[in-house]
Structure formats: structure tokens, C-alpha cells
Ligand binder design. Structure first.
Ligand code: AMP
Ligand code: MG
Length: 506
């Protein structure tokens, strides 16, 4: 059957970068989730994916025509320590399709059995974490944040042994590509410069085609990846997202969020927030994410340097190092600009970039820092705080004030903010009602609240998919004020959040 019209450049152009491999057979495939919207976007022939045929396909028991399944090789720094050989230990790239907008997208299975990269692992995935990836990925997508997405989840009918036996599942993941910082690290570690060059050419053709064949394309590529990551992490911060495991193998070249393992959304604002059970040092805490992105980009830079200059040519090597260092050093400013741009929209500022220039940047940053400090010291829910600020733009600041213990401090800040808004309106920004509406399109009311996610997954594992479906529908409308979604806008009880822990790769 031809559900997918595959055109597999990775398999074709990069022999020696992967192991061709087949998914494991599973006893009783069952389609648990199918993303109709994404299937339409991909231009799939869904008639070929009905019922049992679709279940068998998404569980890995039958391969769609044209698929060339392969496990990709990659390395990675995990919590700062280098692992030279990670790779797809439980995933297989089936191939690539061109979507209805002309974009090349990877179609991959996750949880499809052991591969040559599995090390001690069983190559399997369980239902809860795969449905979690659906929920968080679709929420991110609805929030306008670049992300890999789930096309389908199939149950396998087998039990997978974790701490307890759990229902097995396979996720079908769609990505702009699965190239990671760790893919480059793998071939640097092998010392294979020809392969590194081929990988770079491939990545450029796929993600930065305007750089193809240009002199200086190596550092231009590094800068392009840095720009995407600066923007991505800014978007994470502006919705309170904590990735939780920003290892270099989990950072894409495309700038999409990938690998929804121990990720979670922050509730009360605190930049030190960590949920992952294994992140003891807080390396991947909410507020550390920009610094980690920079650190990961430095690892990517190290893989590109030998392509720019031969180590024997000392002057050229020094020059290349200086250039790469400049890109890495520029990252904090790149990120800060992307962050401020997003924060200004969240704050209700709509006037075009102003004549005040750098002074205004500094002033707006101070205003935002003061707001965040208020949320922090008064333990206000990050999402609720920003959302209610929209009401305050419209003249109703009482619901916002109700969130604060020390209202005087808030009132003082609101005065400064209103003064800034007046200046914004004078400079061409919106008037009050339009501003509030714009803020409600930038500050979500509904995010996947951790307690809701856990409850939905617990029910799903017991066979009741209704809470999952309701939560999914809610997080797909993050900016909606519809009353029936009210329960999904509620923060978790603080006691629950304090005890909340997430787990890796399970
Ligand atoms: P992750 O934490 O999902 O980013 O995975 C890190 C590495 O561990 C990757 O190489 C995965 O393929 C591998 N891995 C994770 N879970 C399993 C598993 N159950 N079986 C085999 N490999 C796994
Ligand atoms: Mg990973």
C-alpha cells in the first residue's frame, strides 16, 4: 500500500551513517491514537491506514511501501559526560516524505525494538510516555513552538518490564529531520573528516540550502543553528517549558524541540525549577536552558572546526577558532533579543521597534525582570500571572491582584507598566481592548498541567482514553477562554507540584 510517498535522502545519500534494520514483530497491534490533522498536512493516503492495516503499520509489524528502515548513528554529551556511541537504540527512521507545503519530513518509529545501538536496553517504549509525547508535542505545536510531532501511537499487546510490567507502545514521530548535535559528534569522534563533511553538506542542503557551496558555509551553518536554538529556547522560556534533558543528542539542527522525556511545564515561577528525577545538580533547570544551549552549540562548533582549517595550518586553525568563538559568545545576546521580543508581545507592547533603541531595550528588560521577580517572590503561577495581565490591560486588574499577597508591590509595578503602555500607544501600538486581545493570543491560558497529564496517562494505561482525549483537545486550544476548558487552566495544588517528578526515556 502507498500511504506514504517516500523519498529517502538519508538512506540514499548517507551510507555508512546508519544501520539498516527491521522493526520487531509485536503480538497484538492496536491503534491507540492517530493524528488526522498531521496526516492531512503530510498528504497521506489515510484510506491505506484504516483499522488493522494502520495498527500493523504503526506498531512496526508491516512496513509501508517505500520505507527503508534504519537506525541512525549519533553520540552525545549526557549531563556533560561524553558517550561516543548512543544512536537509535529504540527508534527507526522509516523514510522521508514531502508534505503539502513542500517541506521534507522524517517519519520514524520509536519503541520498535532493539537495534545495533541498543546497548543494554530492550528497544521498547511504553504507552504512558508515548502518549505524553503526543500531549506535550501537540501542546507545543498549538503554542506556535517548533516541535517534532506524533502521527500515531500503536499499542503492541505486550507487556514491557520497567519497575512494573507496563503496556508496550510504538510512537510514530514526524520531524524536520533527526539530525542532532550528537550526529556531528559521532563522526568527529570517529575522526572521519570526509563523513563529517558529507554530514554538513547534507544538513545544509536540508536546513540551510542558501548556504550550499558557499565559502565560509561551516561557520554560517553554526550561526544558523545558533539562531534557531536562540529563538527556540526563548519560546520555551516564554511559556514556562522545561525540557529536562538537554543532552547534545537531544538538540536538533532544525531548531525543533525533540524528545519529550522528563519535560514539564513550570507552575509557580521559579527559574531554579527542576522536575527530572535524575537532574540532581539542576543542570537542566528552567533558567539554565539558555546557558546549556550555548554549551551544546560549543560542542557543535568543535565538530565543524576541523572542516574549516587543517590542524597543521596553525594560522588558519586559530582564525577558525576565533570565528567559532565569536558565534558562541554572541549566543547570549542572540537569545536575549529573541526572548525580549517575545516578552514584549506578552507584555502587550505592539508599537514597531522604537526610536529609543538600546535604552528602550534596557528599560523594557528591567520592567520584565521586575515583573518576574514579583511572580517569583510571591509564588504566582507563571501561566496564570501572564494571562491575567491581559485583563489588567483592559481595565480589570482585580483577578490579577487576587494572585498576589503583597498587592502594593504589584500596584507599583502596574503603574510603571501602564506608563509604558501609554508610550507604546503613542508610538503606534494598540489601544486597550485591542491590546488585551493581542495579549490573549500571546499568553496561553491552557498548558499541559503536570497533574492533568499524569491523570490522563494513568487512566489511559487502565484502558480509559477519555481523559487523554479531553486533555489533548484542551491543550490544542491554548488561547481559548471557553468555559468548558476552565478545569484545564487551573494550577495544580502547590503540594502536588512540590512533590512532582519526571523520569527519563522510559
Ligand atoms: P533518550 O534519553 O530517549 O534521549 O535516549 C538516550 C539514548 O538511550 C538513545 O541512544 C536511545 O536510543 C537510548 N535508549 C533509551 N531507551 C532505550 C531502550 N528502552 N532501549 C534501547 N535504547 C534506549
Ligand atoms: Mg534522545
Amino acid at each position: 500500500m502507498t500511504a506514504f510517498r517516500f523519498d529517502n535522502t538519508y538512506a540514499r545519500d548517507l551510507p555508512g551513517f546508519y544501520a539498516s534494520w527491521q522493526p520487531a514483530r509485536v503480538p497484538a497491534p492496536q491503534l491507540v491514537y492517530f493524528n488526522d490533522g498531521l496526516a492531512a498536512e503530510l498528504g497521506l493516503d489515510t484510506s491505506a491506514l484504516q483499522a488493522q492495516a494502520g495498527a500493523a503499520l504503526f506498531a512496526g509489524n508491516s512496513l509501508p511501501e517505500g520505507a527503508e528502515p534504519l537506525a541512525q548513528a549519533y553520540a552525545g554529551h549526557q549531563f556533560g559526560g561524553f558517550s561516543p556511541r548512543l544512536g537509535d537504540g529504540r527508534a527507526l527512521l522509516l523514510g522521508e516524505v514531502i508534505d503539502t507545503r513542500g517541506r521534507r519530513r522524517d517519519i520514524a518509529l520509536k519503541g520498535s525494538g532493539r537495534t545495533p545501538f541498543s546497548r543494554g536496553g530492550d528497544g521498547k517504549a511504553t504507552l504512558g510516555p508515548m502518549l505524553r509525547e503526543v500531549l506535550i508535542g501537540e501542546a507545543m505545536h498549538a503554542l506556535g513552538i517548533p516541535t517534532t510531532r506524533a502521527l500515531a501511537v500503536a499499542g503492541t499487546g505486550e507487556r514491557v518490564l520497567r519497575e512494573l510490567p507496563l503496556p508496550g507502545a510504538v510512537l510514530t514521530r514526524v520531524a524536520a529531520s533527526h539530525l542532532r548535535v550528537g550526529t556531528f559528534q559521532f563522526f568527529l569522534n570517529e575522526g572521519d573528516m570526509a563523513k563529517l563533511r558529507r554530514l554538513l553538506d547534507y544538513a545544509i542542503a536540508r536546513h540551510d540550502p542558501q548556504l550550499a557551496g558557499k565559502p565560509g558555509c561551516e561557520m554560517a551553518f553554526l550561526r544558523a543553528v545558533a539562531q534557531r536554538q536562540a529563538q527556540l529556547v526563548a519560546q520555551w522560556l516564554n511559556v514556562g517549558f522545561i525540557h529536562g534533558v538537554m543532552n547534545t543528542d537531544n538538540m536538533t539542527i532544525s531548531g525543533e524541540t525533540i524528545d519529550y522525556g522528563p519535560c514539564a511545564f513550570m507552575e509557580a515561577y521559579d527559574p531554579a525549577t527542576v522536575f527530572s528525577s535524575i537532574d540532581h545538580g539542576g543542570r537542566y533547570a528552567f533558567g539554565n536552558q539558555p546557558g546549556i544551549a550555548r554549551w551544546n552549540l560549543a560542542r557543535l562548533a568543535e565538530t565543524l572546526l576541523p572542516l574549516v582549517a587543517d590542524a597543521d595550518d596553525e594560522a588558519a586553525a586559530r582564525q577558525a577558532l576565533a570565528e567559532a568563538t565569536a558565534v558562541i559568545d554572541e549566543f547570549p545576546a542572540l537569545h536575549a533579543r529573541a526572548l525580549l521580543q517575545g516578552q514584549r508581545v506578552k507584555l502587550g507592547l505592539g508599537a514597531p521597534a522604537s526610536a529609543f533603541g538600546a535604552d528602550e531595550d534596557a528599560e523594557d528588560s528591567r520592567l520584565i525582570d521586575a515583573w518576574l521577580a514579583l511572580l517569583h517572590t510571591q509564588a504566582v503561577d507563571y501561566t496564570v500571572g501572564w494571562r491575567l495581565l491581559a485583563g489588567a490591560a483592559d481595565g480589570d486588574s482585580e483577578p490579577l491582584r487576587d494572585q498576589f499577597r503583597d498587592r502594593n508591590a504589584l500596584d507599583a509595578w502596574l503603574l510603571q507598566w501602564h506608563a509604558r503602555l501609554q508610550r507604546d500607544t503613542a508610538a503606534g501600538g494598540p489601544v486597550a481592548a485591542d491590546r488585551a486581545a493581542a495579549m490573549r493570543r500571546a499568553n496561553p491560558r491552557i498548558i499541559p498541567r503536570n497533574h492533568q497529564v499524569e491523570a490522563a496517562l494513568a487512566a489511559a494505561i487502565q484502558g480509559d482514553m477519555a481523559p487523554f482525549r479531553a486533555l489533548l483537545a484542551a491543550v490544542q486550544q491554548p488561547f481559548s477562554d471557553a468555559a468548558h476548558l476552565d478545569p484545564y487552566a487551573e494550577p495544580a495544588p502547590a503540594s502536588q507540584t512540590a512533590a512532582y517528578q519526571t523520569f527519563c526515556g522510559t
